[in-house]
Design a protein around this ligand. Structure first.
Ligand SMILES: [Zn+2]
Length: 493
């Protein structure tokens, strides 16, 4: 993480998320990724003369829902505006967006990062349409214009410059992505461009109240790219300032492959876009009751879950992140914990350990979660915690459970996996092994302490792997260190 000695770092983000509505925002074209080029467009989204837009109510609802999740004020009356600029991926030569009266304003997101809790201001969330996509071919020297993406509903989430490190920016982006996914507002597939962000960075001398000159970086397509772009920009600005120079307000293009940003243009002002209210659409009027109703239907959000996992369940921030990265894992944890049989920490450890390993090995999450139900996971953990089965047998039961789709208890019985924790029985095993392994006993007595491991292994073999290894280890130590207490010395001692 880059630090800038003597300067405060201010980072702001503009996150663009495609909404997963059935149809586009102003026409009935299908909103889906991967169709053949220009197969999903119509006169409206291609901007043909005379075509009129009709606002998709679902898109408005989804934008408002995200606004409520981020504690925004919802404007009951708002409108769409035309943002005028020319680019080949924008057939109308203007984008329908929102300017002076967006759907949502003045919100905040609670963020826990590096043990520090802070609120990140959300300046606004507005609804707009996506542009088309240009694909440049070096081979033919030609560019393909695909209008399928024209008119896909987007929300733009604009933060205040409240983030002060690339770590915080990453934590913020992770939380926004999870929120969009938990609320089923966007599928957030970054590789398909469903979630993109612009980053702005400014530095001010420590303690100064005025904000420094803002430099914006476009084309940041991944969260790790955002981290690299921020780090690069902080270093670039520190270099300029320490050389006595001044930072100019500009927009730069982030090149993730080269790991550098390139000057795109000196910053345009809002006036350059000649914003004016979209004359083909009326005002957007929301009913107070429907907004209240939406607010009441909000579930517990990922930001709160994250804090609960850390503060109440005792997970580290890294573990909480790993659990929240998958809705399936998160639900498995919560539902298993709700059964009240095992502690959330031990459930989490299973999920982060064995379950995650299986998924990494290529097991389908859908099948895994269907077979490893909360009841079964709870039973499996209880069996190991009570010592009915060893932790090794626990792993075996887990693997069998995925193959055979049976309850852990059933599998333990079927495969005879119960652990032997009968002390008298194990003491006899220990005596037998000690009598057979005279050399190892001598080694141990002569200071070769690792001979103990071998003896434990022999006892496990004697019990066909079912002996309680901790108990065996304890009984072996007792016999080796205090042979008199057992009353039965191995004969050569
Ligand atoms: Zn269309």
């Amino acid at each position: 993480m880059t630090e800038a000695k003597g300067y405060d770092i201010h980072i702001g983000l503009e996150v663009h998320a495609q909404l997963n509505t059935e149809t586009k925002v102003f026409c009935a074209c299908k909103n889906s990724f991967g169709a053949p080029i220009n197969a999903q467009c119509c006169p409206v989204c291609m901007g043909l003369p005379g075509a009129l837009p009709v606002l998709n109510q679902k898109a408005v609802e989804k934008a408002v829902f995200m606004g409520l999740a981020l504690n925004c004020q919802i404007n009951l009356v708002s409108h769409m505006d035309r943002k005028n600029y020319f680019y080949p991926d924008l057939p109308k030569a203007y984008q329908i967006s929102q300017f002076d009266r967006p759907l949502c304003e003045k919100g905040w997101l609670p963020l826990l990062c590096g043990g520090k809790e802070k609120r990140i201001g959300i300046e606004r969330i507005h609804l707009e349409e996506d542009a088309g996509k240009l694909t440049h071919s070096d081979q033919t020297g030609k560019t393909i214009v695909d209008f399928n993406r024209c008119g896909v509903p987007l929300i733009e989430i604009v933060t205040a410059p409240d983030l002060s490190s690339s770590d915080e920016a990453k934590a913020f982006l992770d939380t926004i992505k999870r929120t969009l996914q938990f609320l089923e507002l966007s599928d957030c597939k970054m590789e398909e461009g469903a979630l993109r962000c612009d980053v702005n960075v400014s530095l001010t001398p420590c303690g100064s109240q005025t904000l420094g000159t803002r430099v914006e970086m476009k084309n940041v397509n991944t969260f790790s790219g955002a981290v690299r772009a921020i780090e690069f920009e902080i270093k670039r600005q520190v270099h300029i300032l320490t050389q006595g120079g001044t930072v100019t307000q500009e927009t730069r293009r982030w090149d993730d492959q080269k790991g550098i940003s390139i000057l795109l243009r000196t910053k345009e002002e809002a006036a350059d876009y000649r914003f004016f209210p979209e004359p083909d659409l009326g005002q957007i009027v929301l009913e107070k009751e429907s907004v209240e109703h939406l607010k009441k239907s909000l579930p517990e959000l990922p930001a709160q879950k994250f804090m609960r996992f850390v503060d109440t369940f005792g997970f580290s921030e890294k573990e909480a992140n790993a659990l929240l990265d998958s809705q399936g894992k998160c639900a498995l944890l919560e539902e298993t914990a709700a059964l009240g049989e095992c502690s959330p920490k031990s459930i989490g450890n299973w999920i982060l350990g064995d379950v995650s390993r299986k998924l990494k090995e290529g097991e389908s999450e859908e099948i895994l979660l269907r077979r490893l139900t909360p009841v079964r996971l709870s039973q499996l953990i209880s069996l190991t915690e009570k010592g009915t089965i060893s932790s090794t047998a626990g792993k075996k039961v887990f693997a069998l459970l995925l193959q055979e789709d049976k309850d852990p208890q059933e599998l333990v019985e079927k495969y005879g996996l119960q652990q032997i924790s009968d002390e008298n029985l194990l003491r006899q095993v220990v005596q037998t092994v000690l009598a057979q392994q005279e050399k190892s006993v001598l080694d141990y007595q002569n200071g070769k302490k690792n001979a103990l491991g071998f003896l434990v292994g022999q006892c496990m073999r004697e019990t066909k792997g079912k002996g309680n290894p901790e108990m065996i280890s304890r009984l072996l130590l007792e016999a080796l260190n205090h042979p008199e207490s057992t009353g039965r010395l191995p004969k050569m001692l």
